[in-house]
Design a protein around this ligand. Sequence first.
Ligand code: F6R
Length: 369
Amino acid sequence: VKGGFATFMEKEIHDQPGAVADTLRGRVDESGHLGLDELRIDEAVLRAIDKIIVIACGTAAYAGHVAKYAIEHWCRIPVEVELAHEFRYRDPIVSEKTLVVAISQSGETMDTIMAVRHAREQGAKVLAICNTHGSTIPREADAVLYTHAGPEVAVASTKAFLAQITACYLLGAYLAQLRGNMFGDEIRALLAELAEMPDKIQTVIDSEDAVRELARELSDVTSVLFLGRHVGFPVALEGALKLKELAYIHAEGFAAGELKHGPIALIEEGQIVIVIVPSPRGRDQLHAKVVSNIQEVRARGAKTIVIAEDGDTDVEPYAEVIMRIPAAPTLLAPLLAVVPLQLFACHLAGAKGLDVDQPRNLAKSVTVE
Ligand code: F6R
């Protein structure tokens, strides 16, 4: 059942190219037109929405956080991301023009179910992005976009996360197409980039031995910080979550720009800092800013482990270890950058002799509020 792997989690990390490919499959016709017929929300309603609120918990919320960057950029619709349990118990501003996107692997997370009910009571349309057919959230939602990651057995989410991000990209591209923010050629170019992601994810997985080795070397660490900017920020949060839940190591993810506003005080000699570096080909000096953040922590004694694109030589002087990922558009890069972090947490937990698939105190689906 584990396909020759020691743990389900490792198998599921290896399933990721397929999970992304299967989530993309059948949604693009021969002419490159994206169709999401399963959506079942009137096109006129989707054209009229003026706000999207993503509700989810844990890893699924980080997928939503990535979605915000992509959907706002492609569709120019404001996107808020909110933890389902926070959304439910404040007084959120929701109308018939709000599209609430509920992301859940299991479809049975009680916090998310309650938030879906609350949103619908307020008149919002709810679209579920879900991995489990016939589960509660898709049944209660107005529409569903299924992720096709296959059953996820390990408690810690991996392939469902990549499939959720992929579904969010499809939703963003679809809305951009429908609302005229992107035209045929642009959509086709984006879908072609997406279609290349499964092979690129495989390339990252192929570097597993080096990550395993690093995890073994670091199996005694007691604290790890993760830094990212832009879409690298939710990747940093996810990397930290994986390390906490699997290896019981204190880990925190930060927006790299936030460092100087406080967290840099944590840096002392030998502190491990993992930095997710955006593509040097991206815009807005994002890359240069992150490289300078690496320099800042390094100058204060941090040991820096850097996730950087192939061919990015700027990071070399400041990195103890570099984990390479293939070149990809900035917005799509989370599908690659998170993979070494999943492998790192998985193998570090393994090196500590912990139960990777069933971490203490956690359940696969959290069916109580
Ligand atoms: C982390 C993890 C959890 C889930 C969260 C939501 O590895 O698995 O944070 O992502 O409990 O679960 P679903 O997606 O089933 O609603």
